[in-house]
Ligand binder design. Structure first.
Ligand code: 2BA
Length: 109
């Protein structure tokens, strides 16, 4: 068995979960926070047989969009705040960050 872990944007998660349910996949949604933007995102766990991984990753690709976001970097520690003029930078977030892991054991009791 494999575990697909997809970090997706909150705006896309309902569409993704509906698609996974339509295709008969079980999924778990966890609230998560991106380490860079420190903003909420969603982590979706899907346990599947190896030959189903591609269907899950396709579902993620087809339901999750890339979006641009402006971020204002924080002043560096030790740098005078008076000389710091924050320049927003644009980052491209998503569609999704996908990990596929081998599952050693799986049980429902
Ligand atoms: P965040 O960590 O909040 O990152 C949001 C976006 O900021 C990233 O989009 C990327 O475009 C940019 N970014 C991240 N780290 C950066 C850095 N050190 N310098 C400049 N720009 C940076 P994505 O790459 O699409 O990632 C979306 C979310 O997926 C991430 O949110 C994080 O929650 C997760 N993620 C991405 N790569 C990961 C990894 N290797 N391990 C675990 N989670 C990851």
């Amino acid at each position: 068995m494999k575990l697909v872990i997809a970090v997706v944007q909150d705006q896309d998660v309902n569409k993704l979960l509906a698609r996974l349910a339509d295709e008969g996949f079980g999924a778990t949604k966890l609230a998560s926070t991106g380490g860079f933007l420190r903003q909420g995102n969603t982590t979706v766990l899907v346990g599947v047989e190896p030959d189903q991984v591609q269907r899950v990753t396709e579902a993620v690709k087809e339901t999750c969009q890339t979006r641009k976001q402006l971020v204002t970097p924080m002043a560096a520690v030790g740098r005078s705040i008076n000389s710091y003029l924050p320049e927003p930078i644009e980052v491209s977030v998503g569609g999704a960050t996908i990990f596929v892991l081998n599952v050693e054991d799986f049980a429902k009791v």
